[in-house]
Design a protein around this ligand. Structure first.
Ligand code: GLU
Length: 513
């Protein structure tokens, strides 16, 4: 029988979730949904020194905001609960013991000073990468070098020790990565990783493999930074006797800075003015203890669908020219085969572009609600019908919901100054006279639609012998104060004939012709 597809997102709660982590979660989710499988959220908190309060809740809130649904996890529960590794602590020890019994792991009693001395010795001997491995372990204090009675005594005396994996000296470790193809690593490049720490906590490596096995994970989809650990994980599956159900690996491409010069970091975001986290995060500076705030896409006005669509394309493409995908469409079209090996470059213009597309595609009534909320917060009142008209007009100039209210200001304030460039070039007695005549006629208009206003303007200008091209910019500045903006006929229509006329007259009075 085919195994049910089961994937997991396994973050460590060491801080807010970076957008690279959100992408990893997304690709896991897309694959699970596409193949009718399960998506797990496992919190990997065995490294208590790096634990950051609030990070776990942040991860769950961020996934929820993105629309990434979890089937089994610390909130949802599930057949393999608990899903937080610190609560699974008693489950790991037996596997480390099994590895020792089978000759694949050993006790190491070296003190921190002894480890430092080893590294210093190897560095002095010009060994490029000093490690505890198949060669150096012979000089250290472990259950492979010490007599059995001494080991037994040390254990009986509760002398602190770690359990290390006994990595073979000369062996090729190979596995097939779904994105990278065959990966072959020589075991001499792998050190004897610690599996159990002296405090009895498993390390990431042991806990990760044990849990993936117990939780029946079929695909491990994670960032490229974990690729160097994969051969070690393959050895662990083999030594634990679990090779036949070992998950398939897929290591996702790195996310690079916008200029392509290295991994995207929090600092790049701060420097270039874009968030690298989905939600704002309130933390404390590790050095100074001062409170810190890291900006988030949600608070910056990004819509979750746009953010997700953008992230999906950082490393994957559908093989067509279609760029806009709902979550359902992403699920339908996603495949690991179309994930790229080469790194993806972060593009802040592209994420803005996606947001614009999603914002402008929303029904005007929904945009009107954003607008009304923001205007109400500013103490301005507007009815729903008017808000909808304004939203429909100004949305072409908006990237974020907050831009709607900013663009709408002209409807609520008469201009207090007038664009100087336009005035110096376009304002003259003839224009002022023509606009005065237009203003006089406006209140008599039967049809104050944009078309009706345009028709009357054309008539007046013809009678005055002025070309429309000569007055249009001056008229815009008279009505709005600004040289550019949404369609002028629509602006005048929304303002209404009375208000438009009053604004033109105020401009004529204020501006010396
Ligand atoms: N806890 C690891 C992390 O923080 C998980 C890596 C993996 O998916 O195996 O990314």
């Amino acid at each position: 029988m085919e195994r049910e597809v089961r994937v997991r997102f396994a973050p460590s709660p060491t801080g807010p979730l970076h957008i690279g982590g959100v992408r990893t979660a997304l690709y896991n989710y897309l694959l699970a949904r596409k193949l009718g499988g399960k998506m797990l959220l496992r919190i990997e908190d065995t490294d208590q020194n790096r634990f950051v309060p609030g990070a776990e809740q942040y991860i769950m809130d961020a996934l929820r905001w993105c629309g990434i649904e979890i089937d089994e996890g610390i909130e949802q529960g599930g057949p393999h609960a608990p899903y937080r590794q610190s609560e699974r602590k008693p489950m790991y020890r037996q596997y480390a013991d099994q590895l020792i019994t089978d000759g694949y792991a050993y006790y190491a009693f070296d003190t921190p000073e002894e480890l430092d001395a080893m590294r210093a010795r190897l560095t002095a001997a010009k060994v490029p990468n000093p490690q505890y491995n198949s060669i150096t372990r012979a000089q250290m204090r472990n259950s492979l070098t010490l007599p059995a009675e001494e080991v037994a005594q040390l254990l009986a005396d509760n002398i602190p020790y770690v359990i290390r994996l006994k990595v073979p000296r000369k062996e090729e470790v190979r596995f097939q990565d779904l994105i990278r193809g065959w990966v072959v690593v020589h075991s001499s490049a792998i050190d004897d990783k610690v599996l159990m720490k002296s405090d009895g906590m498993p390390t990431y490596h042991l806990a990760n493999i044990v849990d993936d096995h117990l939780m029946e994970i079929t695909h491990v989809i994670r960032g490229e930074e974990w690729l160097p650990s994969a051969p070690l994980h393959v050895l662990l599956y083999r030594y634990l006797g679990w090779e036949s159900t070992m998950p398939q690996f897929a290591h996702l491409p790195l996310l690079l800075k916008p200029d392509g010069t290295g991994k995207l970091s929090k600092r790049d975001g701060d420097k270039l003015g874009f968030p690298v986290f989905p939600l704002e995060f309130h933390g404390t500076d590790a050095q100074t203890g001062e409170p810190t705030v890291s900006s988030g896409y949600r608070e910056a006005g990004y819509l979750p669908d746009a953010f997700i669509n953008f992230l999906a394309f950082l490393g994957w493409n559908p093989g067509t020219t279609q760029e806009l995908f709902t979550m359902e469409e992403l699920i339908e079209n996603f495949s690991i085969e179309r994930v790229s090996k080469s790194p993806a470059r972060f593009d802040q213009n592209k994420v803005r572009w996606f947001n614009e597309q999603y914002l402008r595609a929303k029904p005007d009534a929904e945009l009107a609600r954003y607008l009304m909320d923001d205007l109400t917060a500013q103490g301005l009142t507007v009815d729903a019908a008017k808000a909808e008209q304004i939203a429909a007009l100004v949305k072409e100039r908006a990237t974020f919901p907050a831009d709607l209210a900013r663009e709408a200001q002209l409807f609520f304030q008469r201009p207090s100054n007038y664009d100087e460039q336009v005035i110096s070039k376009k304002w003259n007695p003839q224009v002022a006279a023509a606009l005065t005549e237009f203003a006089d006629q406006l209140p008599t208009l039967n049809d104050a639609s944009p078309e009706g206003i345009k028709a009357r303007l054309t008539e007046v200008l013809e009678a005055q012998g002025v070309k429309i091209g000569q007055v249009l910019q001056a008229l815009r500045v008279a009505v709005t104060g600004q040289a550019a903006g949404p369609d002028l006929m629509h602006i005048m229509h929304i303002l209404g004939a009375q208000e438009t006329a009053a604004r033109i007259k105020a401009a004529v009075a204020a501006l010396p012709a």
